[in-house]
Ligand binder design. Structure first.
Ligand code: NAP
Length: 265
């Protein structure tokens, strides 16, 4: 039985993770951490009746008291690094879905795991379909170097662009030859209208109520376009990937970045 503590348990993703863990026969939800809803029973929050797992804001104490094996973090860019440091200090593996971490943060995680017994999996997108979207984009980029990314998320998302858009840009950047179509005199008459750039690829971030997590990677070629689109229409879409990571993190020594590595892609 894998003993799991969920950080961000009162949030949208954290709540979904709690439900998913509760329904797995080889996992046990032993703790729930959040800065909101402290003292509430997580089962009550999920509409499942009392479960005896109370939300606390003391991550370290929770990990130690419950003898946790895996911490799952879906919190906030401002909180995630401290949570990872705490988990590793306690010898607890971390599965991290929170986005908005910097390259410096990722380098710190890499060096922290070298010194201790616990491993870390960070995935900017736990939806298996989104990972395939990125893989298919890598294939397309070899043949169609002109590409832009549109990512669309709900209006409460804290960071922009999304971690998935950034990861897609990084993956594509190394594979494509020089793009062909850009006008040498392109001028924005409305500032920012062409989006932002990562890895020299335009990214456009849409934030609207009603959306969950969506991305289009649009390739343009002579007389044709190719659009690779993935839609997470419900947060449950991320759960098979999260559960895979909870099961795998103990076996994968060190720091793994991206669900694609766990999927063997
Ligand atoms: P959310 O609903 O705001 O949930 C985050 C929860 O974490 C909130 O209850 C928040 O409390 C709490 N929190 C903040 N600081 C904390 C701390 N130090 N310790 C414990 N809990 C803390 O956000 P969400 O929509 O669930 O998204 C969470 C993260 O997951 C975001 O970074 C999002 O981009 C990411 N995400 C990743 C994937 C993926 O596949 N990797 C998919 C979807 C979302 P307050 O509200 O009081 O701040």
């Amino acid at each position: 039985m894998i003993k799991v503590v969920v950080a961000g348990a009162a949030g949208r993703m954290g709540g979904e993770v709690c439900k998913a863990v509760l329904s797995e026969p080889d996992m046990s939800l032993v703790g729930a951490v959040d800065v909101s809803s402290v003292g509430s029973d997580v089962g009550e929050l999920l509409g499942r009746g009392t479960l005896g797992v109370t939300i606390t804001d003391e991550l370290e104490a929770c990990l130690k008291e419950k003898s946790a094996q895996v911490m799952v973090d879906f919190t906030h860019p401002s909180a995630v690094m401290q949570n990872i440091r705490t988990a590793l200090k306690c010898g607890v593996h971390a599965v991290v879905g929170t986005t908005g971490m910097s390259e410096t943060d990722l380098a710190e995680i890499k060096s922290l795991v070298e010194d201790g017994p616990a491993n870390v999996v960070v995935a900017p997108n736990f939806a298996i379909g989104a990972v395939l979207m990125m893989k298919l984009s890598e294939i397309a980029a070899k043949y169609l170097p002109d590409v832009e990314i549109i990512e669309l998320h709900h209006n409460q998302k804290a960071d922009a662009p999304s971690g998935t858009a950034l990861k897609t840009a990084q993956l594509i950047a190394g594979l494509r030859s020089k793009e062909t179509s850009r006008s040498p005199v392109e001028k924005e008459t409305v500032k920012g209208v062409r989006g932002g750039k990562a890895e020299d690829i335009h990214i456009h971030s849409v934030r609207l109520p009603g959306l969950v997590a969506h991305q289009e990677v649009i390739f343009g070629g002579v007389g044709q376009t190719l659009t690779i689109r993935h839609d997470s229409i419900d947060r449950s879409s991320f759960m098979p990937g999260v559960l895979m990571a909870i099961r795998e993190v103990e076996k994968r020594k060190g720091f793994i970045y991206g669900l694609d590595k766990l999927m063997g892609l």
